[in-house]
Design a protein around this ligand. Structure first.
Ligand SMILES: [Zn+2]
Ligand SMILES: [Zn+2]
Length: 194
């Protein structure tokens, strides 16, 4: 049967290739070294003919299917975020390092917004917050109220964005160490990963 013969031939070719792999690789290398100019021209030609054409087609498709493209992009981005939960944090940190002025401006806007609710300017509110936290640090001996280690932060029990008017209440603060402060903010998993 002819079919069997073809199979046999293929198998023998494969066998030959397996046994002569080094020889073949050397042959290809030699050929490439001799024909560099030809390869360069060929790939340029290929790119001009096929790659740019494909790019144009892709662009056309995107222009014609904006909604669908956006939808697909969203799904891909979500998948990427789920697969690499730390990358986003890292990229945010990188951005913050590169743009300290923008970070400061953001912080100022954030505090100004809350201060407005209390009729305080940014500077006055920042000063009041500092007084508030130092008062609580003194009261609680600067010790984490969960584990008794040295505190690194005075945490707002009721978040200052939610209830700005409670943000300077001395009953609304608690001294916490780094681990427990991260924990109450739901960042405990991030700590373990570090
Ligand atoms: Zn603690
Ligand atoms: Zn906090």
């Amino acid at each position: 049967m002819p079919y069997k013969n073809i199979e046999k031939e293929r198998e023998s070719k494969r066998k030959w290739k397996r046994n002569h792999r080094d020889q073949e690789n050397q042959y290809t290398k030699n050929w490439r070294a001799k024909n560099q100019e030809h390869i360069k021209l060929y790939s340029q030609d290929y790119n001009l003919k096929h790659v740019s054409e494909r790019r144009l087609n892709d662009q056309k498709w995107r222009d014609n299917n904006r909604e669908k493209y956006r939808e697909l992009n969203k799904i891909a981005a979500r998948k990427y975020r789920l697969a690499h939960p730390d990358r986003r944090k890292i990229s945010i940190r990188k951005w913050e390092k590169k743009n300290p002025d923008k970070v400061l401006a953001k912080f100022q806007r954030y505090l100004s917004k809350i201060g407005k609710e209390l009729d305080l300017s940014f500077g006055a509110y920042q000063f009041a917050l500092r007084k508030w936290s130092s008062f609580i640090r003194d009261e609680e001996d600067n010790k984490c109220q969960i584990c008794d280690k040295e505190a690194v932060a005075v945490h707002h029990i009721i978040h200052k964005v939610l209830y700005p008017k409670l943000s300077l209440n001395i009953n609304n603060g608690i001294c916490l160490c780094e681990i427990h402060h991260n924990e109450v903010h739901g960042k405990c998993l991030g700590m373990i990963n570090k």
